[in-house]
Design a protein. Sequence first.
Length: 175
Amino acid sequence: MPLLSRTAAASEPAGPSDDRRPRRRTTLVAAAAALAVLGVGTPVAYATLGPGASPEPRPAAGAVRGQDYVETRLLFGTERPDGGPDVTDRQFLAFIDEEVTPRFPNGLTIQDGRGQWRDSHGVIERERSYELTLLYPASEARVRGRQIERIRNAYEKEYAQDSVARLEERLTADF
């Protein structure tokens, strides 16, 4: 086949022996390789951004649901280290009514539980317990934090407890 100039080759229809076919294949292979590198590199890139980074696309402004909240969970034991009687359901609910509800009137959740922990003498203690969940706007965290500490201190004092565990997590909530 005679050699054609570029202009002539571009104006003629592509045939099976056209020299553009290898270029097209090379371009497709290069594009596929680039996509593969991006696909493999994306999780690594997000992993280096730290906690909370996600490869998931973020919704457009205005489409985000929910607001920043703090969830605090308090774990209350019912056995008294001083040997006194266990805290009863009635006593615990009275404590909630007197100490917690006035500080968190918008709502709370209480769950019954069974827990275990190692006391100050190294003994594994098992006891009936309660888990109290409080949810409040993150903008109120400083004020609510002080209120939560008052609740913990009141329970420890009233029922002779060594401690009331506190767990917190920031999250997004929508009601």
